[in-house]
Design a protein around this ligand. Structure first.
Ligand code: DC
Length: 210
């Protein structure tokens, strides 16, 4: 069974998706981490982030590995911590918008989905990567709540800079940020993680019974 969790930055996807995967005993796939790892590698190698074709080739040559313990590896480097830096937050949409990059990433994400039971989080998973997923969820939250959550994750950045970054990222991600028609939209602004996970788990159990 495939469960997709899409939505904008700060809507609670990672926390909810990893917790849900743990409860169900499914694999957890963070597709944002794949775009982040590629961005890290491109910056590390000094590649121009405007060069879609070159970045697509880089993605094909250097597969991102997501291991069971949540570590993210690319080109022999463990980038688990490095990809959460604010400089990556800022540059990842520039890399993720290239069709050449998305094509390689989506192929790889479909291969990972085909391995079986998984909770997959991202932006375009329910719409493009796994349109036949069994359960699709789209998480949203009020902007102010999303800013506060990001502030907790990135205490090194000032609130204003963070709000500007989040807005820029929303603008850039917007083209890929539509809920699938058959997705359950959940507003997490006033819900805690366990509540959200309970609701999605109920959808999964209902689907399993059906
Ligand atoms: O969820 P996140 O913040 O880790 O995602 C990082 C970036 O990658 C985000 O700006 C959007 C992009 N992304 C995407 O375009 N498609 C996905 N399936 C996942 C992430």
């Amino acid at each position: 069974m495939i469960v997709t969790i899409d939505g904008p930055a700060g809507a609670g996807k990672s926390t909810v998706a990893s917790r849900l995967a743990e409860r169900l005993g499914f694999r957890y796939l963070d597709t944002g981490a794949m775009y982040r790892a590629l961005t890290w590698l491109a910056m590390h190698e000094g590649i121009d982030l405007g060069e879609g074709q070159r970045l697509g080739e880089l993605a094909r040559e250097s597969r991102v590995e997501l291991d069971e313990s949540g570590r993210v590896l690319i080109a022999g480097s463990d980038v688990t911590a490095a990809i959460r830096q604010s400089r990556i937050d800022r540059m990842v949409p520039v890399v993720a918008r290239h069709p050449e990059v998305r094509e390689v990433m989506r192929e790889r994400q479909r291969e990972l989905a085909e391995l079986g039971d998984a909770v997959i989080e991202g932006r375009d998973i329910g719409t493009v990567v796994c349109p036949n997923a069994d359960v699709k969820v789209y998480l949203v939250a009020e902007r102010q709540v999303r800013e506060q959550r990001r502030q907790t994750e990135r205490p090194d950045i000032g609130a204003d800079a963070l709000a500007t970054d989040l807005r820029a990222r929303d603008d850039s991600d917007r083209a890929r940020m539509q809920p699938a028609e058959d997705a359950e939209v959940i507003d997490t602004s006033d819900l805690d993680v366990e509540n959200v996970v309970d609701r999605i788990e109920a959808l999964v159990r209902a689907r399993l019974v059906a």
